[in-house]
Design a protein around this ligand. Structure first.
Ligand SMILES: Nc1ncnc2c1ncn2[C@@H]1O[C@H](COP(=O)(O)OP(=O)(O)OP(=O)(O)O)[C@@H](O)[C@H]1O
Ligand SMILES: [Mg+2]
Length: 359
């Protein structure tokens, strides 16, 4: 069976390059309520593996006796949180024979004394107290966070309060870099998030190429698809360590090849991987932005990157005000970033090549 899975948010067979952070989180679950890795803020580009890592952490938390809820920031966060919480605690009903168990449906009311008219903080605290009494911790993960997410501030404030009271809780948040830095900025709108400035921050990066090469070499050969070291290295270089591309290249080379990975078939697989990256990530991104934004990106692609904003301005023959406006907008899309002052670069490998092909 194909050991690679190029789907967003789905656990791959093997998670590379995250050992250190996973180790730190395990220690935090195991040891001590005040361990900094109980509260972590992950950030990183699209497709770098934020969702997958949160899922992995949820899986791990089970081994350490946590109940977990994993929600995505949005308008129904609070409802989602309680829905999941009550669903995932139902097994406690069977373990705690004391409960009269009118019906599973009213489990939360009877067991936790839930009352929907109460505020989030009190409502969640009732659950938490009960869980902690049973020696169970609570992990909340929130994906795709952004400043204006309705209910996010309330959850953070409640969490801060539980921490202060020494409850067994953990909170892991993930988002695109821009959204995370917005949350951490100092303003009236972000005052509920102040506590997060003290949270552990983890910026997810591309994976080491050698690790990718080793994964290819071992995974293919283990499934009797003979792959040379040289070809494994070649495939790994192509991915540039970008996690989504690691899955794409692995998946399509696997599909195109038989018992032995021949060079020509491998190259065909790589081509298909690049094409899929274009469709799934780049075309989709271009659909979300205006024609003018695309023109800016095309102008950028014609330079060696990182490129100075001033050069793009000259190439496009437009005013400084105009360029600044588009620069800011595009930085917000996270398709480009500014590695140093006055310079711009593309965030995801092969985007530049994709744009040049479109011209
Ligand atoms: N550490 C990793 N090792 C190998 N593959 C990974 C790793 N992390 C993620 N992937 C793969 O990369 C792809 C994207 O992962 P994921 O959906 O978690 O990205 P994301 O950062 O949440 O992206 P987005 O910002 O678009 O939500 C998936 O196919 C996943 O299997
Ligand atoms: Mg994601």
């Amino acid at each position: 069976m194909n050991q690679f899975n190029p789907s967003f948010g789905e656990l791959p067979y093997c998670i590379l390059g995250r050992e250190q952070v996973i180790e730190n989180i395990k220690l935090a679950f195991e040891n001590n309520l005040n361990d900094p890795y109980r509260t972590v803020l992950f950030s990183g580009a699209r497709g770098i593996g934020k969702t997958v890592l949160l899922e992995k952490i949820v899986e791990i938390s089970l081994e350490y006796g946590f109940v977990s809820v994993n929600i995505t920031a949005g308008n129904t966060m609070i409802k989602d949180l309680f829905d999941q919480l009550f669903e995932r605690t139902q097994h406690l009903l069977y373990e705690q024979k004391k409960i009269k168990s009118v019906s599973i449906k009213n489990f939360n009311v009877e067991f936790f004394g839930d009352d929907q008219t109460l505020g989030l903080r009190t409502r969640l605290e009732r659950v938490l107290v009960k869980l902690n009494e049973l020696g169970v911790g609570l992990l909340i993960t929130i994906d795709e966070i952004y400043k204006a997410a309705h209910g996010l501030g309330e959850i953070v404030i409640a969490y801060q309060h539980y921490k202060r009271e020494g409850r067994n809780v953990a909170l892991m948040l993930a988002g695109l870099p821009k959204n995370v830095s917005d949350i951490l900025s100092d303003s009236e709108e972000t005052k509920n998030y102040t506590f997060l400035r003290r949270a552990e921050r983890v910026v997810l990066k591309d994976i080491d190429i050698e690790e990718v090469a080793q994964l290819y070499y071992e995974t293919f050969n283990a499934e009797k698809k003979s792959l040379t070291k040289e070809n494994a290295d070649f495939m790994a270089e192509i991915t540039k360590g970008y996690p989504f591309m690691v899955q794409l290249v692995g998946y399509y080379v696997w599909r195109k090849t038989g018992d032995k990975v021949e060079k020509a078939e491998m190259l065909a697989g790589i081509e298909e991987a690049k094409e899929r990256l274009g469709v799934l990530v780049f075309s989709a991104s271009l659909n979300d932005i205006s024609g003018k934004d695309t023109e800016f990106l095309l102008a950028m692609a014609n330079f060696e990157t990182p490129v100075a904003t001033a050069d793009i301005m000259k190439a496009m023959g437009v005013s400084q005000g105009y360029i600044q406006q588009y620069r800011i907008r595009l930085l917000e899309t996270e398709l480009i970033y500014s590695p140093t002052y006055g310079k711009l670069d593309f965030s995801i490998p092969y985007f530049k090549e994709f744009l040049l092909q479109k011209q």
